[in-house]
Design a protein around this ligand. Sequence first.
Ligand code: PHE
Length: 356
Amino acid sequence: MDELRTKYLDAIAAAADEAALEELRVQAVGKKGEVSLKMRELGKMTPEERQVAGPALNALKNEINSALAAKKVALADAALDARLATEWLDVTLPARNRRVGTIHPISQVTEEVTAIFADMGFAVAEGPQIETDWYNFDALNIPGHHPARAEMDTFYTHRAEGDERPPHVLRTHTSPVQIRSMEKTGAPIRIICPGRVYRADYDQTHTPMFHQVEGLALGKDISMANLKWVLEEFFSAFFGTDVKTRFRASHFPFTEPSAEVDIQCSWEGGTVKVGEGDDWLEVLGSGMVHPNVLKAGGIDPDEYQGFAFGMGIDRLAMLKYGIPDLRAFFDSDLRWLRHYGFASLDQPTLHGGLNR
Ligand code: PHE
């Protein structure tokens, strides 16, 4: 019996896995196991022998069973330890960096422009980018034969064959929003309209889609002097420095008189600096709204008058943030966007400062 005990307890201690353990259980205490067979022999013994051998065999059986159970637990623990060791994860490591998107310079500058004009009492108005030929041209005092139509490099949409109505256009400027806003709210009115405009043109300073912001202020006694003050105020706030302006007589069909406005700049060292030097850079068109335009917008020109202006947002962004090529604005090159883009929480406000 001592031999059996040593044989099985040693084998159990050495078992490598649960399968080996099960095999040992069958060999020792299974139905035809060595210990079980021995127990069957009890019947052939004398009562005296049985009294000694019975309890001893029972004790051996119990001992083997508990050794089996203990080894089973030990094997499971070891397996768990091994798994924990290979699946180890350091939850205290810092998280992986995530790429954060940036605000496009056009969006940023649009917000800056809006903040400055909002401070001067201008609301934001919008209009469609696919415009009727009436809003884009006729209502703005540009009749069908007018050379301005040809000059604008307009994108036309198609009409079905036999449909004689004039085709819609991709708006060539934000000026049609003047008319739509007059129709909507009448006078007095003070609005800006930032948005996309389209012209068939492509080089370092022109893209077929670009951005303008229109301004319109109508009242009983709004004059050219108000226009000049508003624009000077705007440029100084936008560039964060006093910027001299130069008004040059010009012509637009929708304003009379009309002026193109230049801002003071220097080209020293090959880069342009606004608010310094004695060069000039053209940045916008403006004037007093033409009586025909007021009429087209349903406003009585004998009662109301005012100014309008339109300027390029992309041009402003290039000047303020030193971005040399306009085409890169719309290439969606991530490296460019990361370099020139703005932090998403860097919302432009007048009190926060527009010139960081
Ligand atoms: N719409 C003109 C342009 O695109 C700009 C402008 C707007 C001029 C308002 C005068 C008044 O060039």
